[in-house]
Design a protein around this ligand. Sequence first.
Ligand code: CTP
Ligand code: CA
Length: 228
Amino acid sequence: GVLSGRPADLAGRRLVISAGGTREALDPVRFLGNRSSGLQGYALARTALARGAEVTLVAANVALPDPAGATVIRVESALEMREAVLEAVENADAVVMAAAVADFRPARRSDSKVKKTSAEPDPIHLVKNPDILAELGERRREGLKPYPQVIVGFAAETDDVLANGRAKLARKGCDLLVVNQVGENLAFGRPDNAAVVLVADGDPVEIPRGPKEDLADVVWDLVAGRLA
Ligand code: CTP
Ligand code: CA
C-alpha cells in the first residue's frame, strides 16, 4: 500500500498530534468554527504509525476514520483540546499541533437555544482562548516538566507568508513551523498541500505540492533527526 516501505525510524517514539478544527459553542445547536478538515493531521498520524511510532491523536470535529493503532481522543472546543493535549504530552517525545484552534470563543454559552426575537440581535462577545502551542513552548523554556522534546506548529498565512511565519515561530517558541499559503482553495479539504518548514536553528525546507502524506513524511524526517 501507499504507506509501506517506510523506515521504522520512529519506533518506540511517543507522538501527540492534534487535528481538525475546534468549535466554540454559542448555544446547544450553534457554534463558531473553521474550515479545517483534519486531513493533514490524520496523514501525520498514519505516516508516524507506519514508521513505528506510538500515536495519540487529539481530534476536533473530523469526519475521518480512526487510523489503525492510534489512540484517538475526540474533543470539540479549544479548552477541551488544551486539556487533552496537556495530558497527552506527559511522557511524549514530540507534539505536532496540526489542528486549527479557534483564537476566540463566545464569552457566554447559552444553555437554551437562542430564539429569534422581534428586536435587533445581540452582538456576540468573544474572549481569547489559551494558545496551546505557545504554552508548550513556554513550559519547555521554563523547564516546567513534563514537556515534549520536540514541538511543531502549523501556520496558514496569507500576504508575506515567510516573514509572518518567522515571527510566529519565534513567538510560539517551537522547533519547526510548517507554513502553508492559504486562499483560493489552496489547502483546506484538499488531499494535497505545499508548504515551507521553518526551522528554529536552521535553513527552511521547501515541500513541493504533493500528497499530505509526503508533507507529513518530511515533518517526521525533521522530527526524527531532532530526536536522534
Ligand atoms: N494554536 C494553538 N492554540 C491556539 C491557537 C493556535 O495551539 N489558541 C496553534 C495551532 O495549532 C498552530 C499554531 O498555533 O499549530 C499556529 O496557529 P495560528 O492560528 O497560525 O497562529 P496564531 O498565533 O493564532 O496567530 P494568528 O491566527 O493571529 O495568525
Ligand atoms: Ca489563530
